[in-house]
Design a protein around this ligand. Structure first.
Ligand code: DX5
Ligand code: ZN
Length: 216
């Protein structure tokens, strides 16, 4: 299981130090939640901030775009050094065209689905995706409760990925903690995003180690 701390829960006044802290604590991937106040009712940061932080770590940057028109900003996030760009099937941009923009930049493309969106929404694109992001909370805020029903989508996607002979990864995001990560692992999740569970813990390394250990 790969652990991707969500920087949404970090101390933003010490953003760079927080990245270094979770890097040293054993984070596999840095999950960066980009929100525009339209697609979700919250605002965070954009490509200029990510660009300034890029050299804080060598770990991959996973930019989770919770924005209405991702196609307008793909080049900015690629220039900023994002290794993975996830955008939502529910956005206003054309999915195929947005994937082509990401592919053209040599960035790993990922599609994200909100809790009410069926797994079917990503199936036409599966061959082109590095990762599928299954939201286990309504996007917008950290600290919400994990939705176990979403594991049905993970199981369905895993089956489809296997039957097509693909190596597409499955990431879940929202409410991942000591009491939920085993459920995600059992369903076949490859990457768990964890905000509160890592940044809300007194010792980030202990928290990450424990999450990983609970996956068996
Ligand atoms: C929510 C974000 C998540 C969030 C997860 O919209 O996409 O990455 O930070 O936070 P926790 O782990 O606290 O649920
Ligand atoms: Zn996220």
């Amino acid at each position: 299981m790969l652990i991707a701390p969500s920087l949404l829960s970090c101390d933003f006044s010490r953003f760079r130090d927080e990245i270094i802290r979770v890097d040293e604590a054993g984070a596999d991937i840095m999950h960066l939640d980009v929100m525009d106040g339209h697609f979700v009712p919250n605002l965070t940061f954009g490509a200029p901030v990510i660009k300034k932080l890029r050299d804080a770590t060598e770990k991959p940057f996973d930019a989770h775009l919770m924005i209405s028109e991702p196609h307008r900003y793909i080049n900015d996030f690629a220039d900023a050094g994002a290794d993975i760009i996830s955008f939502h099937t529910e956005c206003k941009s054309d999915i195929d065209a947005t994937l082509r923009l990401i592919e053209a930049r040599g960035v790993k493309p990922a599609l994200a689905i909100k809790p009410n969106t069926p797994a079917d929404a990503v199936l036409p694109y599966l061959e082109r995706l590095y990762m599928v992001l299954v939201m286990t909370v309504e996007p917008g805020f950290g600290g919400q409760s994990f939705m176990p029903d979403m594991m049905e989508k993970v199981i369905c996607l895993k089956k489809e990925i296997r039957s097509r002979g693909l190596d597409t990864l499955i990431e879940v995001d929202g409410g991942i903690a000591k009491n939920t990560i085993a459920t995600a692992a059992a369903a076949g999740v490859d990457i768990c995003v964890a905000g509160t569970a890592v940044f809300g813990a007194p010792d980030a390394k202990a928290a990450i180690d424990e999450l990983r250990a609970l996956c068996g």
